[in-house]
Ligand binder design. Structure first.
Ligand code: SF4
Length: 507
């Protein structure tokens, strides 16, 4: 008996809610950069490619320079992406072919693109859809796995899965769907450990529901039994998935513990432990200090809670025995701030937890509402969320290229896909650098060519001498030493952070 496929419209609605930020993960500024980055991404992570390309494009910014690139130098620049002998030869061949046949420009049709060295059908489709907006749905390893698990295709080759998906979904949605499925594969539907219990697509997924064997692993997956899911979770799960309680990395996609302790019948949490400094401050701002029974040693604001709320270790190394002894009815985490192991240990102890995911100012709006609802202070939360929403209204022009550094020796920055990156964006700057919190080699820092550099006073204690050092290196740039808490404490100080950044933008 064949299983019914999820309805494309239903699936798209869930994917849109879960991944409003889905986009091409390869940093690029034009079609040339994208085709180069895509060639480099073969057998390599996008994050690694994004660390490599700034220096590469600084040295070889166009087809003309790439065509005459010294092989050994090019190999050194791209070595970390793997298979660099082959890739370097292809890149030089690409530059030469673009110069000889296309006036140095990347062609915008499939038939011509696939004649270029290093460009196969998949690379061509990535370039066509992302650089030229041509409808295409290239199937990579994530889409291949997710589509088959969702029962959208039984095909056993990427080409046939692509054909099946293109038949099922409207042409105008292919590009969006391509990014959403990749995000879903990376964040939730992991190859080895899919997070079915917390998956926003679970109710549409025959694999997650155990109705068929996982076509990827060949075994039946088990997800949390329905009886263990809180009443109404299906709806909440969908809305909360992308943010703030998003899945993946640090918290390993386990954004919801298997035991449903927050169901309406069990009341509002009265014994809360916060493992997130800015959330601790937010709870105090909401008048919930009396319900705080534990905090980390970094939860130091407002100052008086240092005398009234006991500590339970650090954000990355909380004392689980102490937490257990305090018998919390809710532990609050955030996926960059805390580790997946902590969430797993809490689950093993049978302690309820809630993980936020804050990667943008908009995530703060959703997180405020979520926390307000869970903690029984919906009105206060709604007021704050509405104010923040109002502050975010209006179109942002692309402003000066701004780099937010968060560490020294080695240099590390907060990338465009972090909360700090988005705060800069919302404040009128263009955040630059690789995504997440990359280490920046001196050459990369140089190549980024920031027009504005922000040095927050935490997590690294940047001081005036660092400001002077960078000002010397980047005489054209405006280098600002800024209050770290205002800039990085999401939720409790987001409005403050926005004002600070906007004031800097106004000069
Ligand atoms: S329910 Fe499980 S198998 Fe299905 S899409 Fe979600 S994570 Fe993947």
């Amino acid at each position: 008996m064949s299983l019914p496929k999820p309805k494309p419209g239903d699936l798209q609605a869930l994917l849109r809610a879960a991944y409003p930020d889905a986009r091409c993960a390869l940093d690029h500024g034009d079609p040339f950069q994208l085709v180069v980055a895509t060639i480099l991404s073969a057998q390599c992570t996008d994050a690694r490619v994004n660390l490599t390309t700034p220096a590469l494009f600084a040295r070889f910014p166009d087809a003309a320079s790439l065509a005459v690139a010294p092989l050994a130098e090019l190999e050194t620049l791209i070595k970390s992406t793997g298979f660099y002998h082959n890739k370097a030869r292809n890149l030089i061949g690409l530059g030469q072919a673009l110069m000889a046949r296309h006036g140095g420009r990347v062609p915008s049709d499939l038939a011509t693109l696939i004649t270029l060295p290093g460009v196969g059908q998949k690379t061509a489709n990535v370039v066509l859809s992302n650089a030229f907006g041509v409808a295409a749905l290239p199937v990579d390893t994530h889409i291949f796995r997710v589509a088959r698990r969702l029962g959208l295709s039984k095909a056993t080759t990427p080409e046939k899965v692509e054909a099946d998906l293109c038949r099922l979904f409207p042409r105008e949605d292919w590009i969006e769907l391509h990014h959403q499925l990749i995000f879903h594969g990376r964040r939730v539907c992991d190859a080895r450990r899919p997070d079915c219990a917390g998956c926003p697509l679970l109710d549409l997924c025959p694999t997650g529901l155990g109705k068929m064997v996982d076509p990827h692993s060949g075994v039946k997956l088990t997800s949390a039994p329905e009886a263990l899911r809180p009443s109404g979770e299906k709806k909440k799960n969908t809305g909360e998935r992308a943010s703030p309680t998003g899945p993946s990395s640090s918290l390993g996609g386990r954004n919801r513990p298997p035991s449903p302790t927050l169901s309406p019948g069990q009341g509002t949490p009265q014994r809360i432990i916060s493992l997130v400094p800015s959330v601790t401050e937010l709870l105090v701002q909401w008048g919930l200090a009396a319900r705080l029974v534990g905090r980390t040693r970094y939860c130091i604001e407002p100052r008086w809670i240092r005398n009234t709320v006991p500590t339970v270790g650090g954000t990355k190394d909380p004392d689980l025995g102490r937490i257990r002894d305090l018998a919390p009815d809710l532990v609050i985490l955030e996926r960059d701030e805390n580790l997946q192991e902590t969430a797993e240990a809490l689950t093993a102890l049978g302690l309820p937890w809630l993980a936020l995911e804050i990667r943008s100012v908009q995530d703060c709006v959703a997180a405020l509402r979520l926390l307000g609802e869970k903690l029984g202070v919906a009105a206060a939360a709604e007021l704050r969320a509405s104010v923040l929403e109002a502050l975010l209204k209006g179109r942002r022009r692309k402003g000066p290229r701004a780099l937010a550094l968060v560490w020294r020796e080695p240099w590390m920055s907060a990338g465009p896909d972090t909360y700090l990156g988005d705060l800069l964006r919302q404040g009128g700057f263009t955040p630059i650098g690789p995504d997440r919190y990359p280490v920046l080699a001196e050459a990369t820092l140089e190549a980024l060519g920031p027009q504005v550099i922000l040095l927050p006073t935490e997590p690294f204690r940047f001081k005036a001498r660092h400001q002077q050092e960078l000002q010397k290196r980047f005489p054209e740039a405006a280098v600002h030493l800024v209050d770290g808490q205002s800039l990085t404490w999401y939720l409790s100080r987001t409005e403050e952070g926005l004002s600070l950044v906007r004031a800097l933008r106004m000069g």
